[in-house]
Design a protein around this ligand. Structure first.
Ligand code: FAD
Length: 451
């Protein structure tokens, strides 16, 4: 087989690239996806009447173009929700984000957090040459907020000491409140609409799978092949070996597989890039989904659990995003546990710990009947932003650019991003390809875009 553009992976990045290439007039393109369905991490699975996503997949739309496209794709199937996100610690629920809402915690904890935050305002603002996440959190939020939430929560999520993490990723994901917000959030009647992403969108029917399905439906027949795993790519000969299709020759290659997996199957890459790939770290999200025979298990959308006594860092109630995700009279719950990538995990022991934790947190009642348990781990869940990441990526992307290879999406570009951005990455890549432009390579702007 021959194609102008070969796209590896049929998640949102790959589907968006294929879709936008078509709109740019590039009809010769082939997308290959290993699984039998498209969508990747933004897909859903149906288990005995419950629809589960790979944990919560909520649409936060920031870009006018991204928003218009997603609203068009999901026309008639998109509901807007006012976020009900909470934190559970020391036996109380407080509103998310913790740094802006401490009301309800013990007065000593509130004082610790608010006074610590106010103290940061008087410190000289001279960021060190190499700032790690822990120092940044102390300097930005103060000792109290760092001790009571930022440190325990992020250690649970990232599974590395926070002094080894950079601050490249936090800008968009860890909002900084104003002093007025911190003080208001410590008082009764805190306004839940303060700040950040207070609404989100979610499909009414079909779980988040509705989004990749809508994108895939826009492709001409034969452009996207499911059940077609890439086994080997010769980057110099521009030929890939694909399960079920045999050899596919291409002019340009777009990778959306996790970068580490792609480099494992890629041949013809210089040794420095291969060595750099071994320095990349990630975590696995062990996602256990539960179907419970009780309606309205919670009135919340999701809850963060910073304390060590709970194995999960977050639990969500997806039937509160869409009642279609669970049969009548039932609730759908997702739990998220993080472990370093490659770590061995005893899933049945972890399942027992999760169920015990849910009872201890008051989510499950002793007599609750669990009708479905479905593990849906995300092997490469979050890429770890440690100090080795940026130099390693620089080396890898410089070599891939020399070979004319695009590597995009959350995992192809090895970054922390979300669905709208992933779709836009595919659009930008399609435009470069249509214009015959080279991949962005290792330029500084590229690394900025990666963070
Ligand atoms: C726990 C978690 C929660 C998230 N929550 C949100 C959220 O609330 N809101 C939001 O906007 N975003 C969220 N995201 C991010 C969102 O999932 C991603 O931005 C998006 O799905 C990434 O798409 P992608 O195409 O880059 O990667 P993927 O979806 O991973 O696509 C890669 C594809 O490559 C395929 N593949 C792998 N190996 C091969 C092979 N050898 N041959 C062929 N195909 C192969 C895979 O099967 C997969 O389909 C979350 C992510 C995680 C992990």
């Amino acid at each position: 087989m021959k194609t102008d553009v070969l796209i590896l992976g049929g998640g949102l990045a790959g589907l968006s690239t294929a879709h936008h290439l078509g709109r740019e007039g590039v009809s010769s393109r082939l997308l290959v996806e290993a699984k039998e369905r498209f969508g990747g991490t933004a897909g859903s699975e149906v288990h005995r009447g419950f629809t589960f996503d790979y944990t919560g997949h909520l649409l936060h739309l920031h870009d006018p173009g991204g928003r218009a496209l997603i609203e068009d794709l999901l026309r008639g199937n998109l509901a807007v929700h006012e976020r009900r996100a909470w934190i559970y610690s020391r036996g109380v629920h407080t509103r998310y984000p913790f740094q802006a809402y401490t009301h309800g915690l013990a007065p000593a904890v509130v004082l610790d957090c608010v006074a610590g935050f106010l103290e940061t305002l008087h410190r000289p603002k001279t960021p060190p040459a190499r700032e790690d996440f822990l120092s940044w959190s102390r300097a930005t939020f103060g000792e109290g907020i760092t001790r009571h939430f930022m440190r325990p929560y992020n250690e649970k999520l990232w599974r590395v000491p926070l002094s080894r993490l950079t601050t490249e990723w936090q800008g968009r994901f860890v909002p900084k409140p104003s002093p007025a917000e911190v003080i208001a959030g410590a008082l009764p009647g805190a306004d839940a609409r303060l700040g950040y992403n207070t609404t989100f969108r979610y499909p009414v029917h079909g779980g988040i799978q509705a989004l990749p399905d809508a994108l895939a439906a826009r492709l001409e027949p034969g452009v996207a092949r499911a059940g077609a795993r890439v086994k080997r790519v010769d980057l110099r000969a521009k030929a890939a070996e694909i399960e079920g299709l045999g050899e596919v020759r291409y002019e340009r290659l777009v990778n959306t597989l996790p970068l580490v997996d792609f480099l494992d199957v890629a041949e013809g890459l210089p040794a420095d890039a291969r060595a750099a790939s071994r320095r990349l770290r990630w975590n696995t999200v062990w996602n256990l989904n539960l179907g419970v025979a009780r309606a309205g298990v919670s009135d919340k959308h999701w809850v963060y659990y910073p304390e060590k006594r709970f194995p999960f860092y977050r639990v969500g109630f997806s039937s509160n995003f869409s009642s279609a995700l669970a049969p009548a009279g039932h609730s759908a719950i997702y739990t998220e546990v993080s472990r370093p990538g490659g770590a061995r995990v005893d899933a049945s022991a972890l399942e027992r710990q999760i169920l015990r934790g849910l009872r201890e947190a008051g989510v499950l009642r002793p007599r609750d009947e669990i009708v479905v348990k479905a593990w849906m781990p995300v092997r490469v869940g979050y890429v770890v932003y440690d100090f080795a990441r940026a130099p390693a990526l620089r080396a890898i992307f410089a070599r891939l650019a020399e070979l004319g290879v695009e590597s995009i999406g959350r995992y192809g570009a090895w970054k922390y991003s979300f669905m709208e951005e992933t779709i836009l990455d595919g659009r930008a890549c399609a435009r470069r390809l249509a214009q015959g432009a080279p991949p962005p390579g290792a330029a500084a702007e590229r690394l900025e875009a990666l963070s």
